[in-house]
Design a protein around this ligand. Structure first.
Ligand SMILES: C[S@@+](CC[C@H](N)C(=O)[O-])C[C@H]1O[C@@H](n2cnc3c(N)ncnc32)[C@H](O)[C@@H]1O
Length: 239
């Protein structure tokens, strides 16, 4: 993977994974987060969900952290209108101090592993703290080539029961789950498709062209199996 080429394609996209504001609102409702809550957007990307969290929780204090500095900077710029109650910085979500009433982690926990990530987050939570995270999930049924190709870089993908086992192995219980399928993926892929067309029109070196082709292949595989490509959003807490 040529990371410079990858980020040429990805920097400037509104979000870095599937999701929509309704997912954030749903998780806040299940978690019961309210008032002057302390919230973390772990692996915030360019801050689409940080913004939704800040709007939905007008009195909350929100930290947003991402390993990729330009994403953290984009989140800080996007959320500047909320003033000091929203802070974004480049950092590792596995080593935060907290404590947080809610850790929101959209499409990022698999970088640590579900069990490992939840274990690392336990000391970052308040006594009634919750984690809401989304994770690739297999829905069952016939495995098509497009589905296999789509998930080829995530061999650890499992089904709902497998995710539940990983949650239990960290000593957490699940309050509720919701599937992320269809429209929330469009929110990720349609802007990426436009960005690919813009970069092509500008003219790019071969390394970037390769990243564009890779992006197109991913989008084509998603289109071919879009009803079966899903994340499971889970709201969990330590037992
Ligand atoms: C698939 S993207 C999702 C980004 C964002 N949550 C969204 O939905 O737009 C995953 C993000 O996790 C970040 N990431 C990966 N490992 C991380 C870590 N240990 N600490 C903080 N961020 C991490 C990546 O840089 C990337 O921005």
């Amino acid at each position: 993977m040529d990371w410079d080429a990858f980020f040429t394609l990805h920097d400037g996209l509104p979000r870095e994974g599937p999701g929509c504001p309704e997912d954030v609102h749903w998780a806040i409702g299940v978690a019961g987060t309210h008032g002057e809550a302390r919230v973390c957007d772990a692996g915030c990307g360019p801050g689409a969900d940080t913004e939704t969290l800040a709007e939905a929780l007008p009195d909350a204090w929100i930290d947003a952290v991402d390993l990729h500095g330009p994403f953290a900077a984009a989140t800080a710029a996007r959320c500047a209108r909320f003033g000091p109650r929203v802070k974004a910085w480049q950092g590792d979500m596995g080593t935060l101090s907290g404590p947080y009433d809610l850790i929101w982690c959209a499409g990022a926990l698999y970088f640590l592993g579900v069990t490992e990530g939840l274990t690392a987050m336990r000391p970052m939570l308040t006594r009634a703290g919750r984690v809401a995270f989304s994770e690739p999930v297999l829905l069952g049924g016939k495995e098509t080539q497009a589905l296999r190709d789509f998930w080829e870089e995530y061999p650890g993908i499992t089904d709902r029961a497998g995710i539940e086992r990983r949650i239990s192995a960290a000593g957490y219980r699940t309050f509720d789950t919701r599937l992320i399928v269809g429209a929330p993926w469009e929110a990720y892929y349609l802007p990426m498709e436009r960005r690919i067309a813009e970069l092509r029109a500008e003219g790019v070196p071969e390394t970037v062209e390769q990243a564009l082709r890779e992006g197109e292949r991913e989008i084509a595989n998603w289109r071919a199996a879009s009803g079966r490509i899903a994340y499971l959003l889970s709201v969990v807490a330590p037992e």
